[in-house]
Design a protein around this ligand. Structure first.
Ligand code: SF4
Length: 360
């Protein structure tokens, strides 16, 4: 039996489900914050297996979904310049900007490279000194350390044609903002990959301030069911706390080396989130010593945020106020081959997960 089979064991899943059904006697709302959890829950059909007392909501944990159209607009504008090339992870390509996508701009001649690591962008910069290269940094604490390592390397090598356009974000301010917005959440399924970097400390204020349970969960069926049972037991015992279910990857202290390099390069800043607006200290901007590589400053970008397309309700979906199927465009006009909003573009977006697994 390989590791994956072990975490998909049917007998153990049924045992956990039996416990959940016998113990979840009161109405209880769980928000999964991570887009990877949204996808996994629906892919494995878990919502349909849970008792009617448990309500699952999807939250703002898909980085592509919370990144604004203004970010895409600015990236496209940069890529249209003769001597600027933009490097991006592939999942940003089809996210709609105000007028077009990076994918369509690329087909129209904009210089856009798809990469798997920011170090590839740095390599391009090293090999092509006459060009300027801008890396689109999106994601949470999972991807920010790789951006930070690349910036340190660029500074050490004095490479002066490499820049970062940062939409990096941290998760807890969004988790707090959702509760402040009046969304009823009794327990959070906390992101597994983010927590491998951060550890548990960043969730403690949520427990203290809002009495909400937090369980850091893995991505296999047994992980998800065990995490849900842990939250149910916290709720039944009126003892909300931070627990790690995903112990094979997450340590309480996280990854100190990755934290150190992130803190060396980035400092907190206010950042815009789709659905939540501007949240204090929820973004990561470059510290002064690295600011010569900040694309916003270097190219004088205007990061104003245009509204979402008419009829698109991604903002409410990301706050857990609306199920994707309640958007009037869902499936009729908006689908993975013709995505109107960001939540339908990303494989981790709630709308695409519902379309692929729950709706069809
Ligand atoms: S179904 Fe499409 S248009 Fe509606 S909220 Fe989701 S992404 Fe936006």
């Amino acid at each position: 039996m390989d590791l994956i089979d072990e975490f998909r064991n049917r007998d153990l899943c049924e045992t956990l489900l039996a416990h959940i059904h016998s113990e979840a006697l009161h109405n209880f709302t769980i928000m999964e914050v991570c887009g990877g959890h949204t996808m996994a829950l629906h892919r494995f059909g878990i919502p349909a297996l849970l008792p009617s007392t448990i309500h699952l909501l999807s939250g703002p944990g898909c980085p592509v979904c919370v990144t604004g159209r203004g970010f895409i607009d600015q990236a496209i504008e940069l890529a249209m310049h003769n001597n600027i090339s933009v490097c991006t992870y592939g999942d940003l390509l089809r996210v709609p900007g105000s007028l077009t996508t990076l994918e369509k701009a690329r087909a129209a001649g904009a210089s856009i490279e798809i990469i798997y690591s920011p170090l590839q962008c740095l390599e391009f910069a090293r090999e092509n000194p006459a060009m300027k290269f801008v890396f689109l940094g999106i994601g949470f604490e999972t991807t920010a350390p790789a951006s930070a390592v690349t910036l340190v390397k660029a500074a050490e090598e004095r490479i002066d044609n490499f820049y970062l356009l940062s939409a990096h974000k941290v998760m807890p301010p969004a988790m707090a903002a959702i509760i402040h917005a009046g969304v009823k959440v009794d327990g959070y399924l906390c992101p597994g990959h983010v927590s491998t970097i951060t550890g548990t400390n960043m969730y403690e204020p949520l427990v203290i301030d809002f009495k909400v349970g937090c369980v850091i969960a893995g991505f296999e069926p047994l992980d998800l069911l065990q995490s849900i049972l842990m939250l149910v037991r916290q709720f039944n015992g009126a003892e909300p706390r931070v627990e790690i279910q995903y112990t094979r990857a997450v340590k309480p202290e996280g990854n100190p080396k990755a934290q150190q390099i992130m803190n060396q390069v980035f400092e907190p800043c206010d950042a815009w989130w789709r659905g939540l607006g501007v949240l204090n200290n929820s973004g990561m901007q470059l510290r002064p010593i690295y600011q010569h590589m900040d694309a916003v400053l270097a190219f004088g970008l205007n990061m104003a945020e245009p509204p979402d397309p008419p009829g698109c309700r991604c903002g409410e979906v990301l706050k857990g106020l609306l199920k994707p199927t309640q958007c009037s465009l869902f499936s009729k006009i908006c689908n993975p081959t013709n995505p109107i909003g960001a939540c339908m573009v990303s494989a981790e977006g709630a709308c695409q997960s519902f379309y692929k697994y729950a709706n069809h």
